[in-house]
Design a protein. Structure first.
Length: 476
């Protein structure tokens, strides 16, 4: 894991300098990471990025060349730079596991650490989790639209830089994609890699049939041919069928064909009929060409005959929602051994934070479907043997009383006193967990447009604390 300690905003370092000068840099503080809202099209997000966060925290330290650069800014004295030279993470971090379905305004990661350390790590945590959660969420929507069809991530060439391509592809797997075209991501994370040839392969030979035969000779057991270079129905598919027959005579079965242009609904229906009639009912039809969840949904509704989808630009950039907008806010500080809640107040009501040292509990009904999330103070407990009444934190008259229910705490310990106590699952296990999480949601929450809003409520004790602090500060 490379050292990303210097991947921070300058104001984190200037605040750290100020904390040090005021001798409050060792004061324990609590910060919550959460996002305030999603795009209008999605009711949920799929958390991703924790594994990289762990690597970042474990490797947190300043190199001598970093300190020399900071010294050259003429902002900091030598004593402060000596403090940075000794810095490493000593605090606690709790987080939802990767693949957890999460919702606006609830902590998805919580930090309790000396102010010096908790402030420094803000930028990197947001950078890592915002991006990867965004892509995992987009992937889950694309996979949902495919309704059982395989979705492959093909976005490297359109990603916003190498890291976005590498970790975005990993996040796409968490969201449900089956493979990636990104070879480095495959190598780093053990992800299946998939791909065939491009149009330039066909154009490099005297004619299409020669190109297809050459590819089949090179990959007799992995022959998937791109059939739309010249004319899909008049030459591409007929030539592919010719080569498939030749492969079969040699004891090999073709994988299938790929379409990258044209009316995919019409062409795939025609292609399926031609392949079936030729005796290749198991030949797969893969499509690409600027796909997203909406186009995939429309193709399915039109009866398109598609087995797998290669999705690139719209997935790797989350084109319709290019930023998650996660934030990192102080919620408490420790003074003389007591946890003192903190609140940020704004004239924009959505920017008012939830104070205190908190946890998040997910509530399930008797059929194991997710009903609501409840943000609570850490010391609170729920007695599942008793009815539980929850209420909307804005429209408090909206209430629900639950009787047959179960609960699960979402935040799990990751670091304790600076030591990692969490083992990241293997990527296939994270993907399976994400799928199981999504399966707990009713279909109304997964609609591609106008999804139902999931309930994220405050416990009565947390609600009262928030209202008391609002009254206190408004009276000053």
């Amino acid at each position: 894991m490379r050292n990303l300690t210097m991947m921070t905003d300058l104001y984190q370092l200037t605040m750290m300098y100020g904390y040090y000068k005021n001798n409050i840099h060792r004061k324990p503080a609590v910060f919550d990471m959460f996002f305030r809202k999603l795009s209008e099209y999605s009711a949920y997000a799929v958390a991703a990025g924790l594994e990289q966060v762990i690597g970042y925290i474990e490797n947190l330290h300043f190199e001598e060349e970093d300190l020399q650069y900071l010294d050259s800014l003429n902002l900091f004295d030598r004593e402060f730079l000596d403090q940075l030279r000794k810095l490493h993470f000593t605090g606690d971090i709790s987080s939802v596991p990767e693949g957890t379905v999460v919702f606006p305004n609830e902590p998805i990661l919580r930090v309790k650490a000396p102010l010096f350390e908790a402030q420094l790590i803000e930028t990197a945590l947001l950078n890592i989790i915002n991006h990867q959660t965004l892509i995992a969420t987009k992937a889950s929507r694309v996979v949902y639209a495919a309704q059982g069809g395989s979705v492959m991530e093909f976005g490297l060439r359109r990603a916003q830089g190498p890291d976005a391509g590498i970790y975005g592809a990993r996040a796409a797997i968490i969201g449900g994609c089956t493979a990636t075209s990104n070879v480095l991501t495959g190598q780093l994370f053990g992800i299946p890699v998939k791909g065939t040839h491009s149009h330039s392969w066909v154009m490099s030979f005297p004619d299409e049939l020669t190109a297809f035969r050459a590819y089949a000779d090179a990959f007799p057991d992995a022959c998937l041919l791109l059939v739309d270079t010249y004319n899909t129905l008049k030459s591409g598919i007929p030539n592919a069928i010719t080569v498939f027959r030749e492969l079969r005579e040699k004891g090999h079965e073709p994988v299938g064909i790929r379409l990258d242009s044209g009316d995919l609904a019409y062409l795939t229906k025609e292609a399926r009929a031609m392949l079936d009639e030729a005796g290749f009912p198991d030949a797969e039809i893969t499509v690409s060409n600027d796909l997203d969840e909406y186009l995939i949904w429309d193709l399915r509704s039109q009866g398109a005959r598609i087995d797998s989808y290669g999705v690139g630009t719209s997935l790797i950039t989350s084109r319709d929602c290019p930023a998650l907008g996660g934030v990192y806010k102080m919620s408490a500080e420790e003074v003389n051994g007591r946890m003192i809640p903190k609140i940020k107040i704004s004239e924009n009501p959505e920017k008012i934070t939830n104070p205190g040292y908190k946890k998040v509990v997910r509530i399930y009904n008797g059929k194991k479907k997710s009903v609501a999330d409840l943000i609570m103070l850490e010391e609170e407990e729920i007695d599942t043997g008793k009815p539980l009444t929850i209420f909307d934190p804005v429209d408090t008259w909206k209430k629900m009383t639950l009787r047959n229910y179960s609960v699960r705490e979402l935040l799990v310990p990751v670091f304790k006193n600076g030591q990692c106590i969490y083992k990241s699952p293997d990527l296939p296990d994270i993907q399976a967990y994400a799928k199981s999480e999504l399966d707990t949601l009713w279909e109304e929450y997964k609609r591609l447009t106008n999804p139902h809003v999931f309930k994220v409520d405050l416990s009565q004790k947390l609600y009262d604390l928030k209202q008391n602090l609002l009254r206190q500060y408004s009276a000053e």
